[in-house]
Design a protein around this ligand. Sequence first.
Ligand code: IDP
Ligand code: MG
Length: 135
Amino acid sequence: MPEVQQTCIMVKPDGVRRGLIGEVIRRIEHRGYRIREMKLFTVDPELAREHYAEHSEKPFFGELVSFITSGPVVAMMVEGDDAVAGMRQIMGATDPRDAAPGSIRGDLATLITENIVHGSDSVESAERELKLFFG
Ligand code: IDP
Ligand code: MG
């Protein structure tokens, strides 16, 4: 049975700079998910480090934090049936070179460092991230 879930989605600074907020929202809404919360703001370094804590030991962590704080993002609480895995499908693989055509990353991106969207990878991550972004 499907479960109604909430997931944390973010249009990253590259997506906002390229004017793709509407394109991402269109795909979310057309799938049948609802946007419950949404805000445009610039992530500060402390929030960025907390959000990406699982990657803190990775060689690309510094670059990741400076990128995600480089301009405004649009953070959303997205809700729907099995929305966590469903949004990961819509987003496509982390590296746009592996992302299926038809997915956001497969259609709109070429670089792993500028892959347009963030989406929670599990229900537990979604709860943690939604608390960080929306309290
Ligand atoms: P996800 O965004 O698909 O969940 P994660 O593995 O959680 O992917 O990585 C978070 C973000 O860090 C990715 O979206 C991507 O922008 C960036 N990233 C992941 N792996 C690499 C890498 O090997 N080099 C540079 N950036 C990376
Ligand atoms: Mg992730």
